[in-house]
Design a protein around this ligand. Structure first.
Ligand SMILES: [Zn+2]
Length: 483
């Protein structure tokens, strides 16, 4: 062996035992080396704009607004912000170690749930995309024809965007509920909950009359991971990836819809709320648009995010509530109270504007403006948009109960000839200016406030439906306590 060969062998051996820098456990990238976690105080609209233009990751607030901003940024960005006279306080300098810790927690083995439990071993941890897609195939096979996997389109990087269609009756003219999850890749509670809905609707059809009733009378589409490229990236080291992986500029998919598009967003390519080059410029949002527009009766859209822990009432882009909002409000309130009945978790129902501060281009605003009722569920969760393995099953359980309560009211309305499904219609936005400004009590909370435009008959019927659902919930809650 020559001297040169020996040198190469020594170098290879040294590399093998060196601590990993750019590559972490499980072969993950470590892109946050050198980043800091900091709080910047935005004292003016101009500083808000500067922060959202320069910061690599904004953890809080939800959308551009004056006040404190929690950021994960490079030291170069820290210097730039301070040079603009923005007050920035560094909280930790070991961001990569923090991210490594989040991955370690997620990778920890968790005991599989007991065989008799509502949710099985799939729900012992947050699952990567390939596991989610494999489990969807498994559920479709189990469903005896009631569920099928449909491909809504392809992501920027060419991955399938998959949804599960669940429906037991013949024909396709029944009201449809569309469920979207994981538009924002890092919000790991979202795929947990959307997969929980899918699992329960397939596996509990024969044992739960409420599930059977919903599946027999509605068309249900669940798209658990709307942003597959970003989601895969969050498993490969880019844990804080929010947007899609468009190589020109990553796009915030929930700012890419065609209602108030471009309002209240960050226009820099680096901004976490960059809305894309045009409305529906991204194949991921086109996939939802295509699905909704292919349906005979799109009746309700529920979009899951985290971690603000609240139920959002449309609209987010304006303080003015959506027209004919009473029923939509009731659905939000029902979701909130039904969820609380399971484990005591309280997600208050609030106008979306309070959180989104007027940001436009969201999926739920678009659906509400052009089709029918919509709800955003901002799930809870931990730091770094995580969900602990111990939280997974409670999240799945309580959101399934809440979702089912809302779906039951849709069935109630469908089965009643005197109460047609409330479809908002494409002209909803046109009437917006005519809607009087809400009273303060109406703006906060999702109170049962009947509006003049809603007929007494519809409200009465809805109230009866809510009462029936509440009684059913009480029984279901008792059952939960027994197991
Ligand atoms: Zn989100």
């Amino acid at each position: 062996m020559s001297y040169r060969h020996i040198l190469v062998a020594v170098c290879v051996a040294a590399l093998a035992v060196m601590p990993r820098g750019a590559m972490g456990a499980k072969g993950r990238d470590r892109p946050y080396l050198g980043y800091v976690l900091a709080t910047a105080e935005a004292a003016s609209d101009e500083q808000v704009e500067q922060i959202w233009r320069l910061a690599e990751n904004v953890l809080e607030p939800h959308d551009p607004a004056p006040g404190p901003h929690r950021l994960v940024i490079t030291r170069a960005t820290l210097r730039r912000l301070r040079a603009l006279n923005i007050s920035v306080r560094v909280e930790r300098t070991d961001v990569q170690a923090w991210i490594d810790g989040l991955y370690r927690e997620a990778d920890k083995p968790t005991p599989a749930p007991q065989a008799a439990a509502t949710f099985g071993p799939f729900f012992s941890r947050v699952r990567p995309l390939d596991s989610i897609y494999a489990y969807m195939d498994e559920l479709a096979t189990l469903s005896q024809g009631r569920a099928s996997v449909v491909v809504l389109g392809q992501s920027f990087q060419g991955r399938d965007i998959k949804a599960m269609r669940i429906s037991a009756g013949a024909g396709t003219n029944r009201p449809a509920i569309i469920v979207i999850g994981t538009q924002h890749a890092r919000e790991w509670a979202s795929p947990v909950v959307t997969m929980g809905l899918m699992d329960a609707l397939v596996r509990q059809y024969d044992s739960d009359p409420q599930v059977k009733r919903v599946v027999d009378n509605l068309e249900i589409y669940i798209n658990p991971v709307n942003n597959p490229d970003g989601y895969v990236a969050t498993f490969n080291g880019r844990r804080l990836q929010r947007r899609n992986m468009n190589s020109e500029c990553n796009v915030d998919l929930n700012r890419n819809y065609d209602t108030a598009w471009g309002q209240g967003v960050g226009w820099s390519c680096d901004s976490d709320t960059f809305p894309g080059a045009a409305p529906f410029s991204e194949s991921e949002s086109q996939a939802i648009q295509g699905l909704v527009e292919s349906l005979a009766r799109p009746a309700l859209l529920i979009d899951y995010h985290s971690t603000a822990a609240q139920v959002m009432i449309p609209f987010a882009f304006t303080m003015t509530p959506a027209p004919n909002l009473a029923r939509n409000r009731q659905l939000c309130q029902l979701y909130s109270s039904a969820l609380q009945s399971v484990h005591g978790t309280h997600y208050p129902a609030r106008p979306g504007f309070e959180l989104a501060q007027g940001a436009g281009g969201g999926a739920f605003d678009w659906f509400r403006a052009t089709h029918a009722e919509s709800i955003v569920v901002e799930l809870g969760g931990g730091a770094g948009f995580s969900i602990s393995n111990q939280q997974i099953i409670p999240f799945a359980e309580e959101n399934f109960v809440a979702w089912l309560a809302v779906a039951q009211t849709l069935v109630d309305q469908t089965l009643s000839a005197s109460a047609p499904t409330s479809v908002v219609g494409a002209s909803a936005l046109a009437g917006l200016d005519a809607v009087p400004a809400p009273a303060p009590a109406e703006q906060t909370g999702c109170a049962f406030v009947p509006q003049a435009r809603t007929s007494t008959a519809v409200n009465g019927l809805f109230g009866l439906g809510v009462l029936v659902v509440a009684l059913a919930l009480r029984r279901r809650r008792a059952a939960h306590r027994r197991v």
